[in-house]
Design a protein around this ligand. Sequence first.
Ligand SMILES: Cc1cc2nc3c(=O)[nH]c(=O)nc-3n(C[C@H](O)[C@H](O)[C@H](O)COP(=O)(O)OP(=O)(O)OC[C@H]3O[C@@H](n4cnc5c(N)ncnc54)[C@H](O)[C@@H]3O)c2cc1C
Length: 543
Amino acid sequence: MNRTTSLASLKSEDFDICIIGAGASGAGCALDAALRGYKVALIDRKDFASETSSRSTKLIHGGVRYLEQAFKKLDFAQLKQVRHGLEERHIVLKNAPHLARPLALMTPVNSWFEGLYFKIGLQIYDTFATNDSLPKSKWLTKKEVLAKIPTLNRKKLHSGVLYYDGQLDDARYCLALAQSAAEKGASVANYIEVRGFGRDNKGKLNAVEALDVISGEKLTIRTKLVINCTGPFSDHIRLFANPLLTERIRPSKGVHLVLPYDTLNSEYAMLIPKTPDGRVVFAIPFEGATMIGTTDTECDDIESEPTLNEDEKQYLADTLNPYLAKPIQPDQLRAGFGGLRPLIAADPSKSTKNLVRDHEVEVDEASNLVSLLGGKWTTYRLMAKDTIDQVDEMLGRSNACTTADHVLAGGEGYVFDAWQKLVSQYKLPEEVAKHLVKKYGSRATQIGELVADDLSLGERLSARYPYIRAEVIHTVRNEMAVIPRDFLARRIRLEITDWDETLNSLPVVADLMARELGWNQEEKQRNVDAYASEIRKFVSDAQ
Ligand SMILES: Cc1cc2nc3c(=O)[nH]c(=O)nc-3n(C[C@H](O)[C@H](O)[C@H](O)COP(=O)(O)OP(=O)(O)OC[C@H]3O[C@@H](n4cnc5c(N)ncnc54)[C@H](O)[C@@H]3O)c2cc1C
């Protein structure tokens, strides 16, 4: 993925489809459409996955809570969603094994009856997952539970039910989708903001008017169709295209609290089955930390970044603490982040908790704008398939969707054991080599080559983490990292796991980016100052 080459083609070529928004929905659509032979443009006003798609709980799941709701309310639509989610779980894990893997989740219970309830529920969940080989759920004794998660509060604990779902690195998965689309011919660029549309004499959209946010240059992208994949911001684009449309999205904020790994001190995640407001909360090991989340609150302000605030921090700590032998302390907070669910408004009188997390492909007859609304990470591929099927119909083509079997960038020929080759061939420490294959898959050797050429690039960015300098160079050259936050928040995940170390690593990251991107001292400092002040705001919002 090369931004300069993409920009040149966006300005000069004619496209079949221009996709606005490069989160899970847009990147998924771009890959599906490119594989069907369409000439595709994919643009985002910020970075790939910079909004909701990098701020999820990172679970690939059918949704145990939806299963419970489906039975309680005899709601077969929810049951269907659970089944679809579980079918997709298998495909998400299979097509990018370096970025998604099975995750064991423990549900601690306080009585025999509760244990039976969850065991039956999770057994039904197992039977819905017909196409994968994830281990089945198991009811464990108190002793077995404590052996797996030693930090749990043993006083109230009766036993626990263990089950499996998928976990992914959401930001890198989205990037792999965009990269794979680019490798199939799509013109892909970040930091291109849509400001308006061109139309033909019947009022149908035939061009996208955009701004290159980095250079300030305006550009026109000529296209037969426009797909709106802007998630929580979908109504903006819908109303740009047709001011007569009514709003459909009811954004809901969800935050995560990030604590040290030893909070659970386990590779097992924990499902807290019932919060006082009737939801579930997860505590999940991720990148050497423990992520606790999430919340669900209606949110009107979608322009400001949804950060973790003091009340939300307290709510999550209060939810988790009864399950821990030692309650967490405020100074243990490592980081936090928030995202906006792009829920579709079904009935304005209902709260967001009761809205169904489903998707819809909407076609505005007046402008021809296609909008992909709602959905979740787990079903991004189905959402993309439905959208591009609709495009096929509109453009009079009929192509088979092939994404179910398309291995994503870095997944080709991936074997986890490849870390051993990195150790022997490039003299990288085991921890670093394991990290590189988990993030870059079979392309980790490209980073090894950089280190072989310049040994200083093998140095760590932080003594506490396996991230190395060569990754900055690699991601600028091959993954379109444009500013330090692209690298620190999404190419590696340091920002969402450790604010202190993000600030400590920033000067070196900026130095390396300056070298690659030709920034002068002033530009470099501007980048450092801007990002450092964003991180300081996250810290102060959470206090
Ligand atoms: C807290 C939380 C936890 C979640 N956990 C899970 C989970 O565990 N599992 C799961 O399956 N799902 C989960 N989800 C849901 C999932 O993350 C989202 O459904 C999904 O990421 C939405 O992707 P999207 O591409 O539609 O939206 P986004 O990722 O928000 O992408 C929209 C993009 O559009 C761009 N854009 C906006 N306006 C413009 C413009 N004018 N010009 C150009 N670009 C523009 C934005 O910059 C953005 O990148 C969670 C969601 C939240 C909030």
